[in-house]
Design a protein around this ligand. Structure first.
Ligand code: F3S
Length: 280
């Protein structure tokens, strides 16, 4: 039996970096440590952080006099000032790709451009980016949002890092029809696309495919969908306790992939258990 782990699976660069900063801080621990919102959407990883005494808060006030970790999604600019006033030490784990979007929004807003963000208005990353241009951006999620925009002579458009290229292209087409000067910054991060391609590559060549990730994680569900398309014998699990050994019986090639918020130790655990056929 041979196990193939998708080359691009599990944490993306930004999430990995945020988690490392958090574990390092927990180890050094000088003050109480909080994260601004849950660091990642993975039950097991959050439990591990809680065991280390790292808690999540949804407002600056609760982290007074403590350490506050900014997750990869980033935060509005104003939160940094608020934290300073409350004597909070910030550990900034904003993904550098997200920081780039925030800086573009700020730069062009300051130059007099009206900023448009293509993305989900309720997503923390988008709320954060908007906070770098005085909460003054238009946020549109789909083509129909374009009609609500009041066009100004100078417009600048950026993307939430996880939107699809199809969405970007289609909205840009609509905006270009009406805009005068339109500065376009395609800030989509390729991590999601690359993960999906890796999943399809593996699923095409194996007898069974295991997709690991939270049941509520939308990117894991998407990977499962892709996997199922190319390998009927696919299953979605959260941890190694759920490996369906009956399903793997007689399979010579087994593929494994994992959602963007699945820690490496969970992936390794699944691989090890399959290699040992359920034993430790
Ligand atoms: Fe991950 Fe940063 Fe891209 S958090 S999805 S590497 S923008």
């Amino acid at each position: 039996m041979k196990i193939y782990v998708a080359q691009n699976s599990g944490f993306c660069f930004g999430v990995k970096r945020a988690l490392k900063k958090t574990f390092d801080a927990a180890e050094e621990r000088k003050k109480r440590i909080f994260t601004y919102g849950p660091l990642i959407h993975n039950k097991q990883a959050i439990e591990k952080l809680t065991d280390l005494g790292v808690e999540s808060v949804d407002n600056v006030e609760s982290a007074k006099e403590s350490t506050l970790i900014i997750r990869s999604h980033g935060i509005p600019l104003s939160i940094y000032d608020k934290a300073k006033k409350k004597n909070i030490e910030i550990i900034d784990a904003t993904c550098p790709f997200v920081r780039r979007v925030q800086e573009i929004a700020r730069e062009y807003y300051n130059k007099g451009y009206k900023v448009v963000i293509i993305g989900n208005p309720n997503h923390p990353e988008v709320i954060g980016i908007n906070g770098w241009c005085d909460n003054n951006a238009y946020i549109i999620e789909n083509d129909s949002g374009v009609k609500d925009i009041e066009f100004t002579p100078k417009m600048c458009v950026v993307a939430q890092t996880t939107i699809t290229l199809e969405k970007w292209n289609s909205i840009i087409d609509k905006l270009s029809e009406k805009a005068g000067e339109l500065r376009e910054f395609n800030t989509i991060c390729l991590a999601t696309k690359v993960r999906q391609e890796s999943c399809a590559d593996i699923a095409k060549k194996v007898d069974a495919m295991i997709v690991i990730g939270g049941y509520h994680s939308s990117n894991t569900q998407k990977l499962f969908e892709i996997s199922k398309k190319y390998c009927e014998n696919s299953i979605h699990i959260e941890t190694s306790d759920e490996i369906p050994f009956e399903m793997l019986e007689g399979c010579e090639k087994i593929g494994i992939t994992a959602g963007a918020s699945t820690p490496e130790w969970i992936i390794n655990d699944v691989v090890k258990k399959i290699e040992n056929k359920g034993g430790d």
